[in-house]
Design a protein around this ligand. Structure first.
Ligand code: ADP
Ligand code: MG
Length: 238
């Protein structure tokens, strides 16, 4: 906080930057036999709000990942990024975050974010593939492409990674060839506890205590986000 106070006008990218997406999950057998797919959403709203984007029930895991893949890149560039899944129990938070990693089409954003790594360096305005085998290095021409809202470099070596150990090995391999410069970004994936209200949950005993703690932390989180929003609007009294 002290840091913020001293900084009169923070650079734009350091200001709180929050985006809120809504994902509607398809109807499932557990929703009951009479349930019908909803093409309209009825909200009983107390406060006016908007979403940055709404994904309908037929949105695929790839559609969702597409939207957040730029944030993964921001983390690799040294920014601190957090992605929260918020919603009541059964609404699809864990499906969105993890999905079914064993089914390629149903993998969620966590396995999708971790599974592929490529590393490059721009040296004398030329792109170098830091993961290429030595004998291939330097021979290829790499091009920067923009497609579907993402920017990528063609022909880079892409390596599947399944563990932190493999990531460390890649970093070591790349370090032989790269400069000493390092960036430290953070990418947090947060699968929050269910947001249902205490009265609706019907919980008692240990479960009641658990729900109370959950609701307390979620409402603290609301305070954090409200503060970030105020900063966004430039009206915070710092
Ligand atoms: P939460 O983590 O919010 O409690 P889950 O992610 O476990 O909810 O989802 C509840 C059920 O709905 C799971 O069986 C999950 O596989 C299924 N589900 C959720 N979202 C989708 C989706 N978009 N497509 C298909 N099934 C989904
Ligand atoms: Mg869950």
């Amino acid at each position: 906080m002290g840091e913020l106070r001293r900084r009169k006008s923070p650079p734009k990218e350091l200001k709180g930057n929050i985006r809120v997406f809504c994902r509607v999950r398809p109807l499932l057998r557990v929703d009951g036999p009479g349930a019908e797919p909803q093409s309209q959403f009825h909200f009983c709203q107390k406060y006016p709000f908007t979403f940055d984007k709404v994904f309908a029930h037929d949105a695929s895991q790839q559609d969702i990942f597409q939207e957040i893949s730029q944030l993964v890149q921001s983390a690799l560039d040294g920014y601190k990024v957090s992605i929260f899944a918020y919603g009541q129990t059964g609404s699809g938070k864990t499906y969105t975050m993890m999905g079914r990693p064993e089914a390629p089409l149903q993998k969620g954003m966590i396995p999708r974010s971790l599974e592929q790594a490529s590393m490059l360096e721009i040296y004398n305005e030329k792109i170098q593939d830091l993961l290429a085998n030595k004998r291939n290095a330097g021979a290829k021409q790499y091009n920067i492409r923009h497609a579907e809202g993402n920017t990528y470099v063609s022909d880079l070596t892409i390596v599947d990674v399944c563990s932190i150990g493999q990531v460390s090995n890649l970093l070591q391999k790349a370090a032989h060839r790269s400069t000493e410069q390092q960036v430290q970004g953070v990418l947090n994936f947060i699968d929050l506890a269910g947001s249902e209200r205490l009265s609706r949950s019907g919980a008692t005993g240990e479960r009641l205590k658990e729900t109370q703690y959950i609701n307390k932390s979620l409402s603290s989180l609301t305070d954090v986000f409200s503060f970030e929003r105020l900063k966004d609007w430039g009206s915070y009294p710092l």
